[in-house]
Design a binder for this molecule. Structure first.
Ligand code: SF4
Length: 695
């Protein structure tokens, strides 16, 4: 008689680099296998919805191409030839190479490198503990949200806003600089609820007619890098037409009169010239926002991908302070809730061992660093050895030609701890197999909401996979790195971190399953004052003294009042197009590049081109085209599309380099020059030429 397999439904949290950090109900079939993954209905932000990528996670976690054993390179770098070795041998070799680099070039010649392939604090940030204890070169994170974060915080005083679930209580939801249908599906859940239950309108502001915009009632398509101009044109109308809430501004903002005077010259006509949006659309949008008290501004990560992104985010965030929308339920703004988690990561990251004299190397400038650029190296020693966890810089980092050149160096030792044979792992000397989130314990927060949760180990890993923490423990022993954090289990690290952060202990959080840290209405809406010392929302930004981060890139040149800051990479005769590398729906950076359903959904790498731009150079839909600039070139399929402004190209990303004919990926075109005021990478801010590929 057949015995029916018992399926347990266990709780977890999605660890991927996505603001939703969805609460998951996972079918656990046995100690090694999962079934369907669903969004938890009980967690009110997730509200039962997850993206298709994670709903079919069994396809990823049980993928036949998972790395299962440590391996050593046996062919030339990048040739993809590896031989299986044991863990002892692999770890011994890594330790020996690190100690050798330290002896010959000093400890700063070792650069541990990681990022957000998992957002769990223990597995993501633990590598910093090894860095700090060993005085290796420190890692300065710039590739994601610095630019947008500092822009938002300059207005409100901190990174926190209205409860994102309040979108369901809004009359107008402005989704600006984000494409949540592709990147944060839960935003649409709450916005759709407002539309269904209240007749709310959804307005989308972005640089192309993306999947979110297709569902919107109001569509604003900007030229990339011109959000500041659009915001100023809108605020000009708000003041001009009596929609500015002067009583609110007098009480809650720093310099409304100065702002009004400044905006006199920022007319819709001025804005239209810059952003490409017709004057009538700017006027209509301003009227709608001005007349709708409960307007919720969901401001996204797109702002962070421009050289002027901080000023643009700040300008957009000024609009609800002009209308006073912050006062109303369902009104105000939200970007991210980093200020609510208050995690003290000192044990995970070994803060007590930080030596501030060791250099900080800019994550985004890995190409320049590996090829020996003196400025990028801070005039210090070359990088001779690396351990890489949770990231794939050979595909995701800007200035790919330099990155590739750097990783090809014969004198650079690289160990990569990964789940799949990524393009970075292919360049490694030693490859180590890594666990996935359901195979280890970790602690999570939601960037796009306010819950914290423990994601427990649900199943055993396949083969010989080990967690990041286990690898660090084993390496620390071999490297003589002593710290209490290396002696603790992940659960002990979670427990200690929660206690230090004032969040109780692990048992209490596991009993709650997740904890909702959203403060009360008055606090979330800043009705007792904004988070600056003077309690005001700042229309006048202080870029030279940002609230966090390392000052970089001439912030004294940034306009303090909202404006169009013309520092984006301007097109010229040789490079007449602007390229943005917006996120694809079925990939998450390069996670999910390996799953067949994501590959099938995304197809070959392609670029959206306005038909009127394609015609003069003889490009038809489906043609192979090459894009290029001083940094490199890449080839992809032309998709003729009227939903972009003339002169703008959109390549939804990130496909593996090898998926592009010629093997050069989209980040061959993107730049790593420092974005003010605290660093960043301007992935949507590239001038390029385009030609039809022959043959
Ligand atoms: S929407 Fe984001 S957080 Fe939610 S399951 Fe998908 S990738 Fe994970």
């Amino acid at each position: 008689m057949n015995q029916q397999t018992r399926i347990d439904i266990r709780h977890s949290t999605c660890p991927h680099d996505c603001p939703s950090a969805c609460a998951l109900d996972v079918e656990v079939i046995d100690g090694r296998t999962i079934g369907r993954v669903r969004g938890s209905k009980r967690q009110t932000y997730t509200a039962g919805v997850v993206c298709a990528k994670v709903a079919r996670y069994a396809e990823r976690i049980h993928h036949p191409d998972r790395l299962l054993h440590p391996m050593r390179r046996v062919g030339p770098k990048g040739a993809g030839k590896f031989a299986r070795i044991g863990w002892d041998e692999a770890l011994g070799e890594i330790a020996e190479k690190f100690l050798q680099a330290e002896r010959e070039f000093g400890s700063q010649s070792v650069w541990p490198y990681y990022y957000a392939g998992t957002m769990g604090l223990v597995m993501r940030d633990g590598l910093n503990r090894l860095t700090h204890v060993k005085k290796y070169s420190r890692f300065y994170s710039t590739i994601c949200a610095n630019v947008a974060r500092v822009g938002f915080a300059n207005g409100t005083g901190k990174i926190a806003g209205v409860d994102p679930r309040e979108m369901a209580l809004s009359d107008l939801i402005v989704i600006w600089g984000t494409n949540p249908v592709n990147t944060q599906v839960n935003v649409m859940t709450h916005a759709a609820r407002a539309r269904k239950e209240r007749g709310a309108k959804i307005a989308a502001v972005d640089i192309y007619d993306n999947e979110t915009m297709k569902q919107a009632d109001v569509k604003i398509i900007l030229r990339p890098g011109t959000d500041g101009a659009f915001a100023c044109g809108v605020m000009h109308v708000l003041f001009r037409d009596g929609h500015a809430d002067r009583a609110y501004m007098a009480k809650y903002t720093d310099c409304p009169d100065e702002l009004e005077a400044h905006l006199k010259a920022r007319t819709p006509e001025w804005a239209s010239q810059i952003c490409g949006v017709p004057v009538a659309e700017i006027e209509a949008f301003a009227k709608l926002v001005g007349e709708t008290k409960r307007t919720f501004f969901r401001l996204g990560y797109g702002f962070t991908r421009s050289r002027n992104g901080a000023t643009q985010m700040h300008a957009a965030s000024c609009i609800p302070a002009v209308t006073g929308a912050w006062q109303y339920e369902g009104g105000g703004a939200f970007f991210n809730n980093a200020a609510l988690w208050r995690f003290d990561e000192s044990i995970i990251e070994g803060h007590d061992a930080i030596d501030h004299a060791t250099r900080l190397l800019d994550q985004s400038q890995i190409g320049r660093i590996l090829v020996g650029d003196r400025e990028a190296l801070g005039d210090g020693p070359p990088v001779k050895a690396m351990l890489i966890q949770n990231t794939n810089p050979m595909t995701v980092a800007p200035e790919q030609d330099l990155v590739r050149q750097g990783f090809a160096r014969a004198d650079l030792f690289v160990a990569v701890h990964e789940q799949f044979m990524t393009e970075t792992a292919q360049m490694a000397d030693i490859v180590l197999p890594a666990t996935m989130f359901m195979e280890h314990d970790d602690l999570y927060y939601g960037g796009g909401h306010q819950h914290i949760s423990v994601g427990p180990k649900l199943i055993d890993p396949p083969g010989e996979c080990r967690s990041n923490h286990e690898v660090l423990q084993a390496l620390a022993r071999r490297l003589g790195a002593i710290h209490p954090g290396f002696e603790m289990t992940p659960r002990e690290l979670i427990d200690a971190t929660l206690k230090k952060s004032g969040h109780g202990d692990i048992a209490a959080l596991e009993a709650d399953i997740w904890r909702d840290l959203q403060p009360d209405f008055r606090t979330s809406h800043y009705l007792d004052g904004f988070a600056h010392k003077d309690g005001k929302f700042h229309f006048k930004a202080d870029w030279v003294h940002p609230p966090f981060g390392r000052v970089m890139g001439n912030p004294e040149r940034m306009p303090s009042l909202p404006d169009h800051w013309a520092v984006t990479e301007d097109v010229d005769q040789q490079h007449p197009f602007r390229l943005a590398t917006s996120p694809a729906r079925s990939f998450l950076n390069t996670s999910f590049n390996e799953t067949p359903s994501s590959q099938a959904m995304e197809g070959a790498p392609s670029v959206m081109i306005h038909p009127l731009d394609a015609a003069p150079i003889g490009i038809a839909d489906g043609d192979l085209v090459t894009l290029g600039n001083d940094r490199g070139q890449t080839s992809l399929i032309a998709r003729l599309f009227e939903g972009v402004r003339r002169g703008v190209l959109i390549a939804e990303s990130i496909h593996p380099n090898r998926a592009h004919p010629g093997g050069r990926g989209i980040n061959s075109l993107t730049g790593a020059d420092t974005v003010a005021p605290i660093g960043g990478a301007a992935f949507h801010d590239n001038k390029v030429w385009m030609r039809k590929s022959i043959g």
